[in-house]
Design a protein around this ligand. Sequence first.
Ligand code: ATP
Ligand code: MG
Length: 212
Amino acid sequence: MGKNKKQYKKIGIMGGTFNPIHIGHLVTAEEALSQFKLDIVIFIPTGDPPHKIENDTASAEDRYIMAVIATSSNSSFFVSRMEIDRKGKSYTIDTVRQLKEIYGRDSLLYFITGADAILEILTWKDTSEIVSLCKFIAATRPGYDLSRIDDLRKRLFGNINAAEKKIYIMEIPALSISSTDIRGRIRNERPIDYLLPEGVSKYILKNELYKK
Ligand code: ATP
Ligand code: MG
């Protein structure tokens, strides 16, 4: 990631399960990079849930590898293992604090989320500290009501003007693609081509992920 990480000043953070990573994630990250003139975007896959129940979540290692495959050709995209390698339950605040330490006090962190995910922010631990350490870029996503983000701003900041600098709304070409839909397609033996990078669909096939 370059010799001196402190050289990067504007850093996009793309958190998610990435189960699996798809074109919607990549377009969102690329658009944020361009619209907000970010230096890099770091994809941070979540770790395995502490009590792994039988479900259709691929292992953290598989999700990490797929993210690396998907981002490898983009010189501004990186994947971090910090949440995967963290012991115990992982909180967003720990990730944000760790990134501030790595990239320096004067770095600007932009947390990139889909319009659905930002609405979950209030359920995060230490919301006010997160909000003091990073800005948010909420990407439009089909089926999500943006006026709910205004309500969220009011709840978090009281007045909309102050909030404007903290939560940006970013228009992206609507991509009604989700990991849930892709997993469903695999189970039902329907095509997944062009919804995710070719290398990722080949990896899924080779390792027989999401078949049951
Ligand atoms: P799942 O269906 O399993 O929830 P997902 O497609 O929502 O998967 P996540 O890993 O949950 O993917 O999402 C990571 C981040 O990417 C979230 O902030 C989410 O809102 C955003 N995101 C995912 N898909 C899109 C999309 N098509 N357009 C815009 N943002 C997206
Ligand atoms: Mg999701």
